[in-house]
Design a protein around this ligand. Sequence first.
Ligand SMILES: Nc1nc2c(ncn2[C@@H]2O[C@H](COP(=O)(O)OP(=O)(O)OP(=O)(O)O)[C@@H](O)[C@H]2O)c(=O)[nH]1
Ligand SMILES: [Mg+2]
Length: 240
Amino acid sequence: MRLGIVVPTFNCATQVTRVLQGLENLRPGFIEQVVQIDNCSQDDTVSRSRQMVQSTSWLIDRFECLENPFNMGLGGSFRVGLQYAREEKWDGFFFLHGDDQADPADIVKFYRALIHQPELGCIWGSRFADESSLEGYSGVRKLGNQVLNGIFSFGLKRRITDIGSGLNLFVLRNLPERFFNGIENHIAFDVQILTRLCREQIPMMSIPIKWRQCDQISNAPNIQTGILVLKTLAKELRRL
Ligand SMILES: Nc1nc2c(ncn2[C@@H]2O[C@H](COP(=O)(O)OP(=O)(O)OP(=O)(O)O)[C@@H](O)[C@H]2O)c(=O)[nH]1
Ligand SMILES: [Mg+2]
């Protein structure tokens, strides 16, 4: 099975170098390549990533950094990664946020789950399941997410413990070719993906992950993102 990792970045030089170091330490034998997709960072995210990779031995032969010509939003970066994965004929790819909130070691759990259930179309990382580990998230943030999880569970008629985290695995070989058509550029693109997974009854599972907030600068303001998420859900539900 040919798997890659797509790492979207935007102004997160300090954090992405830790993510890349984490992958170098892990040296996951099941990963073919790591592709960073930078969304016009205004800091030195790209140069520091490239410099960091020069000092590695595993990653150095497997790393590529693509730079979007303009800020395409997180969904736009996802589509760039998807296109890359298709051109490389990967069977699937991890989408791992570059701001070091997830634990890169969790990808091993995802891979093991996929080996046991090779028919899965998606493995969804969950920050709010009972066994998840969540550090540094404010009470407001947790509550907001729990409310959204409740609304989604009701709307999608299925228990949802995360509407979209920064660690997911998409198994392209088990997803219809048209599955990602019309995915939007904005940060709630994963809400579109989640509703489609449910609507099309794609085999999927959710895995509790480790997630933390320490020195990250969020580009996703709480209220605006919450509204966008709900609007995206409403739009997708009309299609159900
Ligand atoms: N928001 C945002 N993030 C981007 C973009 N392009 C790449 N990213 C990266 O995508 C990841 C997610 O962005 P965040 O702003 O942290 O959003 P989030 O993780 O969904 O929300 P938080 O829980 O607030 O961190 C980070 O690693 C960013 O560096 C973009 O256009 N917008
Ligand atoms: Mg983040």
